[in-house]
Design a protein around this ligand. Sequence first.
Ligand code: DGL
Length: 272
Amino acid sequence: MNKTPAIGVFDSGFGGLTVLRALLSHIPSARYAFLGDTARLPYGSKSRRTIARYAAESAQFLVREQGAEFLVIACNTASALALDAIQDAVPVPVLGVIEPGAASARAASQSGDVLVIATDATVQSHAYATACRSQGLRALEKACPLLVPLVEEGWTQHPVTAEVFRIYLDELLHQAAAEGMSPDTLVLGCTHYPLLRPMIEKAVPAGMRVIDSAEATAEAAAKLFHPHESVERSPAAQISCFATDSVEKFERLGSRFLERPVGHVELIDLGG
Ligand code: DGL
């Protein structure tokens, strides 16, 4: 694999910038094209067929128009429901976030029981439960649909968001207890949730590990590229951002996800 690859990173919105942020620290020398399909967000409440069509079109833009040689599907929902469709649509390697997230949960969990929070569509696909099972883990999944709009609103430290999360977590812990599980790990199965990490870490029972699939995915991508190259000696990354709508909001809020200014975001049209 090339030492300074062109990497396409795709998400339904700009939450996937948390994955780009993690990629930048693991593969700082790459040329990145990030696409947020903000016109068609949220994917998490849509059907498999629609998610697959949107995701395949987005992947084709990154490969055909931006020359991406490798794709990271930073969206959990697209990774859960459309990874096959994306692989069929483009002639480059494609990495999703589900398998790395499950592998990371395996490394973290002592009890073998894990909790997963994600969008409705991701939970209904049971992609995390399947990936966790293949790692020898038992997973209990819960959809937390109110968290994405709260993060999009920028309410990452708001008491309303903390209360909403507490309610979801209580329901999940009760269900786990009713099923005789002893979960010790919580997987953040949605691009937006890492922004709530400080709040989530305060709310979970003492000792529970919180797993961010963004970090695990970046580590998996880095192993494919330059496993022996020192990060310090690498030249700076180049980043181009594209969105299908809400460019101003992307520029304004995206820096929170990326933890650096996103710069100019180009508006593109992928059709309806
Ligand atoms: N990017 C989606 C995910 O990680 C969350 C936002 C959406 O529903 O489109 O599942």
